[in-house]
Ligand binder design. Structure first.
Ligand code: ADP
Length: 481
């Protein structure tokens, strides 16, 4: 059942100025699930103008009142979790249960920032002069342009919009062209809670036209982006001309280190849930597994046993825990990484092929794959695979594995498993990554800062830090007479 959807600009549901549209495809079946406006430069400009007009009133509103809107949005998202999850599964492919988890995760950011809105504190500063009083206050940065990816169609939107609205900013969002339907559904909720017109605007459309406008327009004060490192660098450059504030959540290349004293069974289970969530299409999913030499055979056996529990299929079918990849390009990239590894001497233990049997032949399915005996010169250990492929390497010493784990320009998430408290401290402090999972492979929560070191990004999302990213600090110096 394909439906036509619209953009939301200045409180109205509108077509693109050109009336052009594009189709959204279900990656499990290649069926069209919806048609959305192909917005362009002018649509983006209309949305920016609406956001600019709405800013003075929204930013002046008491944070307690802004929190009330956010709480209303949170309640509706939770009560409609099934319906929102169905849309995620239809446009992204992930299993329904995982999609429900995403909606609740998405809603948790709205709830968290409803609370944080009330805690935007300034400082009073002791002055070197007895005749002066020094203060700081925090103010919203202004109009925010937000650009989001397809792998978390709901959560990547609320993780940006909720703190922006809480801070008093107004926003224009461009969702990924593969998954705009979840964005439309969230905007329907914004309309239902009577968010004032122009405060949040949705422009589905051409990635380059809309994305360029959002990252260059003089009236956009801040750009917040989640996506590939390649596009992130373009946006960073675009934003420099007008010195915009910028937040970037880019790619990762997460190491997962298993020390010989770890609980191997729980490490294997943790690896499985981390790696095969969203069919390996998350920026914090494991890319390189390092297992200490003395336990690698045992760990491999336990992990293979865990992998037998995976069931690939349509996300709406019961019992499925691995859905399709997003498109054919994704399949080709995964296949290229696997072929490259095998040609350089890796052992293919499980999987390693596109799945085309039965009803899977219509979608973009790739079998959960395990490669062992891989080396660091292989693509799978250097580039983001963004697919269901696990790569095992062995190591001897702590010093060696640290140097190998850090030898990358990525720095988003890293995981390690050990029961030695001294080692926990040493490794946590030495890994050059923004997020460290210690015997934990699911670290993302609304109350903690998410963000990368090195070329994995700038600024944080989540936690009180996620609100700071939408605030300017203003310093007030008052001289007494
Ligand atoms: P992925 O590789 O995961 O699809 P992208 O970085 O290509 O990630 O896409 C993330 C977001 O960036 C999407 O909303 C996409 O439409 C948008 N985008 C793609 N190209 C550009 C561009 N040149 N300028 C701004 N946004 C872009």
């Amino acid at each position: 059942m394909s439906k036509n959807y619209l953009n939301f600009i200045n409180g109205e549901w509108v077509s693109a100025r050109t009336n052009k549209t594009f189709e959204v495809i279900n990656p499990a079946t290649r069926e069209v699930v919806g048609t959305v406006p192909l917005g362009g430069k002018e649509d983006a400009q209309d949305a920016i103008e609406a956001a600019k007009k709405a800013f003075p009133e929204w930013s002046a509103l008491s944070p307690f009142k802004r929190a009330r809107y956010l709480n209303g949005i949170y309640q509706k998202m939770v009560s409609r979790k099934e319906e929102l999850a169905q849309l995620i599964t239809a446009e992204n492919g992930k299993p329904l249960e995982e999609a429900i988890g995403e909606v609740l995760y998405a809603a948790s950011f709205v709830q968290w920032y409803a609370e944080e809105a009330k805690r935007v504190y300034g400082d009073t500063l002791p002055s070197s002069s007895g005749r002066k009083r020094l203060l700081t206050i925090k103010q919203p940065v202004g109009v925010v342009g937000a650009i989001t990816p397809w792998n978390f169609p709901s959560a990547m939107i609320t993780r940006k919009i909720a703190p922006a609205l809480a801070a008093g900013c107004t926003v224009v969002i461009k969702p990924a062209e593969q998954t705009p339907l979840s964005a439309v559904a969230i905007f329907k909720i914004f309309e239902e809670v009577s968010l004032p017109r122009g405060v949040a605007n949705l422009v589905c459309g051409d990635p380059i036209e809309v994305g360029t406008e959002l990252s260059t327009h003089i009236n956009v004060s801040k750009v917040t982006f989640t996506g590939s490192t390649e596009v992130g660098k373009i946006i960073y450059r675009n934003a420099s001309d007008t010195v915009k504030r910028i937040s970037l959540e880019l790619g990762g290349h997460a190491p997962f280190i298993v020390f010989e004293d770890a609980n191997l069974k729980s490490a294997a289970k943790a690896l499985l849930s981390n790696k095969y969530m969203n069919a390996g299409q998350t920026c914090i999913c494991t890319n390189r597994v390092y297992v200490q030499e003395s336990v690698i055979d045992e760990f491999t056996k336990i992990f293979i046993n865990e992998m037998q529990k995976l069931s690939v299929g349509y996300g709406i079918d019961e019992g499925v825990n691995v859905g399709p990849l997003i498109d054919m390009q994704a399949i080709e990239k995964v296949a290229k990484h696997v072929d490259d590894a095998v040609s350089k001497g890796a052992t293919l233990m499980i999987g390693g092929k596109q799945l085309t049997e039965g009803n899977l032949k219509r979608g973009f399915f790739y079998s959960p794959t395990l490669l062992t005996n891989t080396t660091e010169d292989m693509l799978v250990n250097r580039e983001e695979t963004f697919g269901p492929v696990t790569s095992f390497m062995s190591f001897k010493t702590e010093e060696e594995v640290l140097s190998r784990a850090n030898n990358t320009s990525f720095g988003l998430a890293a995981y390690f498993f050990t029961n030695d408290v001294n080692r926990v401290t040493r490794i946590s402090e030495s890994l050059e990554y923004g997020i460290i999972g210690i015997n934990d492979s699911q670290p993302s929560v609304a109350e903690a800062p998410f963000g990368g070191f090195k070329q994995s990004g700038l600024e944080k999302e989540g936690g009180y830090q996620g609100l700071e990213a939408f605030l300017e600090t203003k310093y007030l110096s008052m001289r007494l007479s």
